[in-house]
Design a protein around this ligand. Structure first.
Ligand SMILES: [Cu+2]
Length: 486
């Protein structure tokens, strides 16, 4: 059976049975490292990237070819990298036979550059957004956002990492040699049929669930570690599944960063839970010649019984094997302090808004591309109180900003939620207060999105739109697409 053995739990998964691949993954393929995207600097000093969304073929299972989508390749895309203060322009060309978009998840940028559902790129067209990077070093990502089609477009393979650098992170003694001791880890669950093709479907309430894990598009991956410490940039690139990552033997690791940047100080822990779209940077130590497995343990989703099982709450996976070399190059200790995070103060909030997520609706409303749900004034701070109003699993993602968690059911956030975030899991009936500041970009005609990042829920309408306007400005009545394609 070889690696195919990990792909035979489809029926169980549909019925909502527990899935476990612990001890069953062969780890016989070297982990693919997405290449760093090439860029040029144009006459105006902009760093310019060229991306093409295209159809391709991938051999996940040996001897089987799957039809996939990718960016500048057959599956997933290159890692984009830019520094704070740089102007970037990204030329996104669509060679697919259907329209899509590319959204820069976690990026602070003008709404018309955001790549949401209003910036559709038709087949054969090129969209060229440009902005200045103005936020801390962190691990962001990019993926399509066409309304109603996001789940399938991401599942087929359109996604990649977007790493931001800055002078503060650069001064810290952290592993940062990309593809050597600083490793992108894009985790996705898939279902394969007997011919090795990706299966779309098998819907459970949260969306498509797979019983087979790919990391950076590699099935059964191992990585040969040559340093005492390795930094993993974990991205939950799945459409519906939440993971709780940890290592075999319950090894402690340092959580150093979350969605929007480094933490104030490293948090030593043995688990980190990531819902779809969330990221975490961790540093883990290894000893010569040992093998350590990155796993996903049953995630605490706050759900009950069958609902929990159908949301993957009982599932566990072997994800990636770290194979340490016989001799390891020394790595510095993780610094005791990382960055200063200026705290947003609730006293400064100009507005408090409430969002209830329930039954594929937010505040009872289904996503409408022609309706603005919220109007935010630029250069103000707001509190968004978000609550999952029923017993299914959801999370919440806001475009344009990174937010801070004020409290969860009245309690201050734990260390892993103490830094900048753009996506957060919503356990049922647990009010979470987020605080965020909207700066720099106002546009009454181009909305940003807020939504559940379980992509089936989002596609089904669990999404709303907000515009950021100048003081006193009204939102535009016509949300005509600002897309400039050629
Ligand atoms: Cu949801």
């Amino acid at each position: 059976m070889g690696t195919a053995i990990v792909g035979c739990g489809v029926v169980e998964s549909v019925r909502g049975r527990q899935v476990s691949t612990i001890g069953e993954v062969a780890f016989n393929q070297p982990l693919a490292i997405p290449p760093l995207a090439k860029s040029t600097v144009d006459g105006e000093g902009r760093r310019v990237f060229d991306l093409t969304a295209q159809a391709g073929q991938s051999e996940f299972l040996a001897g089987h070819t799957a039809e996939t989508w990718g960016i500048n390749g057959d599956y997933l895309g290159p890692t984009l990298r830019a520094s704070r203060g740089e102007r970037v322009q990204i030329n996104v060309h669509n060679e697919l036979d259907e329209a899509t978009t590319l959204h820069w998840h976690g990026m602070h940028l003008p709404a018309e550059a955001d790549g949401g559902p209003h910036q559709m790129i038709d087949p054969g067209e090129t969209w060229s957004p440009s902005w200045q990077v103005g936020q801390p070093a962190t691990t962001l990502w990019y993926h399509p956002h066409p309304h109603g089609e996001t789940e399938t477009h991401v599942y087929r393979g359109l996604a990649g990492m977007f790493i931001l650098d800055d002078d503060i992170e650069a001064q810290l003694d952290l592993p940062r040699d990309y593809g050597v001791d600083d490793i992108p880890v894009i985790v996705q669950d898939k279902t394969f049929d007997g011919d090795g093709q990706l299966v779309e479907g098998h819907q459970q309430n949260p969306g498509m669930f797979g019983d087979t894990i790919l990391v950076n598009g590699t099935l059964g991956p191992y990585y040969e570690v040559r340093h005492e410490r390795v930094r993993l940039r974990l991205l939950n690139g799945s459409t519906a599944r939440t993971y709780t990552f940890g290592f075999s033997g319950d090894r402690t690791f340092a959580l150093i960063g979350t969605d929007g940047g480094l933490l104030a100080e490293p948090h030593d822990t043995d688990r980190v839970r990531l819902s779809p779209g969330e990221r975490a940077e961790v540093v883990v130590s290894v000893k010569p010649e040992e093998r350590v497995v990155l796993r996903s343990y049953p995630p605490d989703l706050g759900l009950d019984g069958t609902t929990n099982r159908q949301a993957g709450g009982e599932d566990s996976f072997d994800v990636l094997e770290l194979r340490a070399g016989a001799t390891l190059e020394s790595s510095p200790q993780v610094p005791d302090g990382l960055v200063v995070i200026p705290r947003l103060d609730p006293v400064d909030a100009a507005e408090t808004r409430h969002f209830e997520l329930r039954s594929r609706r937010i505040n009872g409303k289904e996503m409408d591309m022609n309706r603005i749900d919220e109007v935010v004034t630029v250069d103000t701070t707001e509190i968004w109180e978000v609550e999952n109003g029923h017993g299914q699993i959801h999370n919440f993602h806001v475009h344009d900003v990174q937010f801070q968690v004020l409290d969860i059911d009245g309690t201050p956030p734990p260390p892993e939620l103490s830094g900048w975030k753009d996506t957060i899991l919503l356990p049922p009936r647990t009010p979470i207060r987020l605080i965020m500041r909207f700066t720099d970009y106002a546009d009454p005609a181009a909305p940003y999105m807020f939504h559940c990042h379980l992509l089936r829920h989002e596609d089904d309408g669990m999404m709303g739109q907000f515009v950021v306007v100048e003081p006193g400005q009204e939102p535009a009545s016509d949300l005509g697409s600002h897309t400039d394609t050629h």
